[in-house]
Ligand binder design. Structure first.
Ligand SMILES: [Zn+2]
Length: 368
């Protein structure tokens, strides 16, 4: 497997945002209650056919407006057109059987009824490209679009065909790459791959997970990100976190290889968890989306709490590479709580932005 892809030329990298500490969210945001059952993962749609399509577009407009009202700098679709961050993509691939689901253990943590791979994987058609074009029409702000990562996809189905997780992930990576190239052409500025499995199968991440991810981003000139978290704030995940001990050092195992990879941005869970901030030193040079909002609680952070996390991260991440973000997606939260958290993220980032500008000015005055 080709693990040494050529480095993308640096000059093609345009800065997505000129704002210092540009804010964004990790991915999903709550859906309106007329579109899907609120505060539920895998929530079924309440509309069908054309009504569903136009309902999803309305939800996309709303979620964009809520991000803009809160002052979020890099906006997204809030995953309003997908039922689940992995399965909605898989549904559009051939080689997958959705009729005969089987129960498998996901990320060594919880059982879920999932589709199976029964033939060669290929992308039948674009999955999110029309949605991305629609979002692009609505705003001039930088757009981030999330896709599932190949390893996490391979962990979310059963496989009677390839019977080899690495091979399966490689096929997913090829399909993801086709989708990503079309998203880039549609005007997406940052394409993010969600890889919560990177915090579970640490050896496999180093053996083939990062190589598969690099296959997924091959040839892209937009910025690329990988989101690695400890999962949504659902009970299976919060119970799992309780077993992880006083310090979570999973990132330490995978960061050396990720640091060397072609991925531009790394999105991480940092707020309220037990991740020691000094592990961020291992990816110095990369842009880091620092999770400064806890998605596993309804308590809305104060701007000062957000600022404290960002200041801590600034010890290890250069200011021009720090992107304040949420720990993970907010789909399972109420809309009101999510709105509050978006505003807290913005306000907390603004506090630190002002400090950075003030310090820089003081230094300049001192030098003059
Ligand atoms: Zn996440």
């Amino acid at each position: 497997m080709n693990t040494s892809l050529p480095k993308k030329p640096l000059p093609s990298k345009t800065l997505v945002s000129k704002t210092l500490l540009p804010t964004s969210t990790a991915g999903s945001l709550p859906k309106p209650s007329w579109l899907a059952e609120p505060e539920t993962l895998w929530s079924p749609w309440k509309l069908q056919g054309e009504e569903l399509t136009s309902g999803q577009q309305d939800a996309l407009r709303i979620t964009l407006q809520e991000q803009q009202n809160a002052g979020i700098d890099i906006v997204s679709d809030g995953e309003q057109t997908r039922q689940h961050f992995v399965t909605t993509f898989i549904e559009n691939l051939s080689g997958v059987d959705f009729e005969n689901k089987k129960t498998v253990r996901i990320r060594d943590r919880y059982d879920a009824s999932v589709p199976g791979v029964v033939g060669p994987i290929s992308r039948r058609k674009s999955v999110f490209v029309e949605d991305a074009k629609f979002l692009r029409q609505q705003t001039d702000q930088p757009i981030k679009w999330a896709l599932p990562g190949p390893m996490t996809m391979a962990d979310t189905l059963y496989d009677d065909y390839y019977q080899d997780r690495e091979k399966l992930a490689w096929e997913f990576a090829k399909a993801l790459n086709e989708e990503a190239k079309e998203l880039e052409a549609a005007g997406v500025d940052i394409i993010q791959f969600d890889e919560p499995a990177f915090n579970v199968f640490l050896d496999e991440v180093n053996d083939w997970g990062i190589a598969a991810l690099e296959r997924a981003i091959e040839g892209l000139t937009c910025e690329t990100a990988v989101h690695i978290c400890y999962g949504y704030g659902i009970k299976a995940n919060t119970d799992w976190k309780k077993t992880l001990g006083a310090e979570w050092r999973h990132y330490e195992q995978t960061f050396p290889a990720i640091q060397k990879s072609n991925i531009d941005i790394i999105s991480l869970e940092c707020h309220n968890g037990r991740v020691p901030f000094e592990v961020l030193e291992m990816i110095r040079g990369k842009k880091v989306m620092v999770g400064a909002i806890d998605v596993a609680t309804d308590t809305i952070e104060t701007p000062e709490e957000v600022a404290t996390t960002l200041r801590e991260a600034l010890k290890y991440v250069d200011a021009d590479k720090l992107y304040p973000c949420t720990n993970c997606g907010m789909a399972p939260l109420s809309r009101e709580v999510a709105r509050g958290k978006l505003r807290a993220l913005s306000a907390g980032a603004e506090l630190v932005r002002e400090e950075l500008v003030r310090t820089k000015k003081e230094q300049e005055d001192h030098a003059a």
